[in-house]
Design a protein around this ligand. Structure first.
Ligand code: SF4
Length: 449
């Protein structure tokens, strides 16, 4: 019962969220016998945690349909609240360690979806075929999007938008893309020094810190501020509010300050797009590979050696890298840039230039590119589809993309209850086709015998 006396039916508890935001996402609850609603569930010790933790007014919590707390206090709240103390046997002191140590193993898992059973009954190569089809679909969408956008903007701005978006990682795609739009006039070859571009990008992003303790970070910020003071008025109406950036839960290596420092170096080089074209569109003898692409993308002062610039020794302005210098671009980010931006852009260029052989070679590279970094979205999708890690699949970056596409096309519209999802039928068809193929083969074998 909620604290105001309405019965609650949990049709699906939602998915335990390991990232910032409400504790469970996409629960399906029926409150007071009304129509079931889909939304998030937040867990706090008491109802005041809602204001105390800043959830009120935070858009990330706008979908919360239930706050679960330990015990109700005297204050009245106008949202559905479920208090647990009076209905559980254990005191809070016992529940804490249990939740930390064993809960994940002992709770019945509500994550696997309806397709989990059918997927177990198809062989790994058929599953791989499904992933490849989904990956091809994702690639085609990207190529079509780039081609359509290039008709309006030209090819170079489209690549900058894609590169900036990929640097935004999952949570900061839109502010990054906005910066690419704002920097468009400045991306002409060889126009400006790296400090000028870094100051402008960080200034426009609203990410240039004002008060830092004395040290290398304060000196570097001061250098950039000296440039940005002179430009700021001209850009004042376009500066992004700091609230557009999501920083909670982002690893220091993916901090937007660091990503913008890398983008400033690409822009300052003045010829990144030209180099990519020369290396991978006009050079038949030099197919694109992870190592070659990494060489093209790594800025001169960003290689992570002792003499590297400020950003090789600092994750952000406020956190230094404690041990060895770290390059501005690591293999995981390079893979992300290749798969989501550079290869689809090159394929679109090759197709538009009516060079099917080159387009085919680039597509093959896209499909064979080594895996990118595992992430929460991929782990979640594997738990939904296979209740863990599937056996026998040779993963590539494209197959990871295929899995994300299945999640987007099937899981997101269907919700936690897999309502009306057609994917299990699709898997079943694959199983039947595979089975009939096996039978024909074995009949053929018998006949030959
Ligand atoms: S929504 Fe569809 S694809 Fe996603 S887990 Fe459920 S059955 Fe599988």
């Amino acid at each position: 019962m909620t604290s105001d006396g309405r019965p609650i039916h949990v049709l699906h508890p939602g998915f335990w969220n390991q990232e910032p935001g409400p504790d469970f996402r996409d629960a399906v609850l029926q409150l007071g016998g009304g129509t079931p609603s889909v939304g998030d569930v937040e867990i706090d010790v008491n109802a005041g945690g809602w204001e105390g933790h800043g959830h009120a007014g935070n858009p990330a919590y706008a979908r919360v349909v239930l706050q679960v707390i330990w015990e109700t206090g005297s204050r009245r709240v106008d949202r559905p609240v479920l208090a647990l103390k009076s209905v559980l046997d254990s005191p809070l002191g016992e529940l804490g360690p249990w939740l930390d140590d064993e809960a994940a193993e002992t709770l019945p898992s509500s994550t696997p979806g309806r397709c989990c059973g059918p997927l177990r009954s198809v062989p790994a190569d058929a599953t791989t075929g499904l992933l490849d089809q989904a990956a091809a679909c994702r690639l085609e969408r990207k190529v079509a999007e780039f081609t359509a956008r290039a008709r309006h903007l030209g090819w170079e701005p489209v690549l900058w938008e894609a590169l900036f978006s990929a640097l935004g990682y999952k949570h900061n795609v839109w502010p990054m893309r906005r910066l690419a739009e704002l920097m468009r006039p400045a991306s002409a070859p060889g126009r400006e020094a790296v400090d000028v571009l870094e100051a402008r990008l960080l200034g426009l992003a609203g990410l240039l810190p004002a008060d830092l303790p004395p040290g290398p970070a304060a000196r570097h910020a001061r250098l950039l501020w000296d440039i940005w003071w002179r430009e700021r008025d001209a850009w004042s109406e376009l500066i992004l509010p700091p609230t557009v950036w999501r920083r909670a839960g982002i690893r220091p290596a993916n901090h937007p300050q660091r990503r913008l420092a890398l983008a400033a170096r690409w822009l300052a080089s003045g010829d990144l797009v030209d180099r990519l074209e020369r290396s991978f569109l006009r050079n038949d003898d030099d197919p694109i590979s992870p190592a070659k692409l990494a060489r093209q993308l790594m800025p001169e002062d960003g290689g992570g050696n002792e003499s590297g610039g400020f950003w090789c020794h600092h994750w952000t302005f406020r956190s230094a890298i404690p041990f060895h210098p770290v390059p501005l671009l690591g293999p995981a980010r390079a893979t992300d840039l290749a798969i989501n931006a550079i290869l689809p852009w090159l394929i679109a260029r090759a197709r538009t230039g009516r060079d099917p052989d080159l387009a085919g070679r680039l597509e093959q590279q896209w499909f064979e590119w080594p895996t990118g970094q595992d992430n929460a979205d991929l782990r979640f999708a594997r738990r939904r589809l296979w209740a863990g890690n599937p056996n026998g699949i040779r993963w590539t970056a494209a197959r990871q993309q295929g899995l994300l596409q299945i999640r987007r096309d099937f899981c997101q519209p269907a919700g936690a209850l897999c309502s009306d999802c057609r994917f299990p039928d699709l898997v079943e068809n694959v199983r039947l086709e595979n089975h009939s193929g096996d039978s024909k083969e074995s009949r053929g074998g018998k006949n030959r015998e």
